[in-house]
Ligand binder design. Structure first.
Ligand SMILES: C[S@@+](CC[C@H](N)C(=O)[O-])C[C@H]1O[C@@H](n2cnc3c(N)ncnc32)[C@H](O)[C@@H]1O
Length: 265
């Protein structure tokens, strides 16, 4: 066995002079597998922010589930409580997620989270929802949730940060995977990328509303579907003031907006 293992080691000695280098893990668009080395932002958020924190004993809360895209990723929890400004019927929630014993849905009338018992929540998730809530609303939610959280409970919340959003809009090419791949590759692959991906993508992008910078000094007046510039730093300061511990001010999984990771000590 020892000789076999020694031969195994020896078999590698003459290759990869200079050190194998596939791709830079710190570069979000560098890919070891070229075209086939990408995962979506949503899936990365699921893998980093949901999957490790959910098991059959977890009592999870989601703010603003909408139709339930993320809720479906949490149904393995012991129980999931969803709070939304819109009714489940309006959101088509049950049709999409399916009725389950461990799933509760509340159309909220205020920010008190009164349907949750004290010391009962292990995990909070909210994506693309608190960006539609004013800073006062976020403050009220997070204050209400503090006594509901168990010690050690984790939270992941995405909030709007217009400075981060505007930096994304101003640097769109930096985040464009097709440009990265075209710059790295030549010949047949390049042509395939242009034909199969770039041209259809450009047509789709042209047909969609263009990304526009947001006004940093926007008003605070309620309008349907609007965003509110809570700001990543301001929200982290709020969380710390309320007694939570911010573990990561931005998971950096969403190019547009911070996803804050925090917990109750
Ligand atoms: C853009 S949708 C996102 C839905 C879902 N989180 C997703 O990513 O697919 C925003 C959701 O937040 C909900 N929402 C807005 N204000 C809210 C509030 N104050 N409390 C709870 N939910 C709210 C909306 O009703 C809507 O379902």
């Amino acid at each position: 066995m020892a000789a076999k293992l020694a031969t195994e080691l020896e078999s590698f000695r003459s290759i990869w002079k200079g050190g194998f280098f596939g791709a830079d893990p710190l570069e979000p668009l560098d890919s070891l597998y070229g075209l086939w080395g990408y995962t979506s932002m949503q899936h990365a958020i699921y893998l980093a922010c949901i999957k490790p924190y959910i098991n059959s004993k977890t009592s999870a809360v989601e703010i603003g589930p909408g139709r339930g895209a993320w809720t479906r990723a949490m149904v393995g929890a012991g129980e999931v409580t969803c709070l939304d400004a819109l009714s489940a019927e309006h959101n088509g929630f049950w049709q999409y997620v399916g009725r389950r014993e461990n799933l509760r849905y509340f159309k909220v009338e205020d920010f008190s989270c009164s349907m949750l018992a004290d010391d009962s929540v292990d995990y909070l998730f909210s994506f693309d929802a608190l960006c539609h809530v004013s800073f006062d609303g976020i403050s009220a939610y997070m204050a209400s949730l503090f006594p509901k959280f168990r010690s050690g409970a984790h939270g992941f919340i995405m909030v709007a940060d217009y400075a981060k959003y505007n930096s994304f809009v101003e640097n769109l090419p930096r985040f464009d995977v097709t440009r990265t791949l075209l710059a790295k590759n030549s010949g047949q692959l390049k042509q395939r990328l242009v034909d199969v991906y770039l041209l259809p993508l450009q047509t789709r992008a042209r047909n969609r509303a263009p990304w526009r910078p947001l006004n940093l000094s926007e008003d605070d007046v309620a309008r349907p579907g609007r965003w509110y510039n809570a700001g990543g730093t301001r929200t982290c300061e709020l969380l710390e003031k309320l007694g939570y511990e911010v573990l990561d001010p931005d998971m950096e999984l969403d190019y547009r907006s911070p996803v804050i990771h925090f917990r109750k000590r």
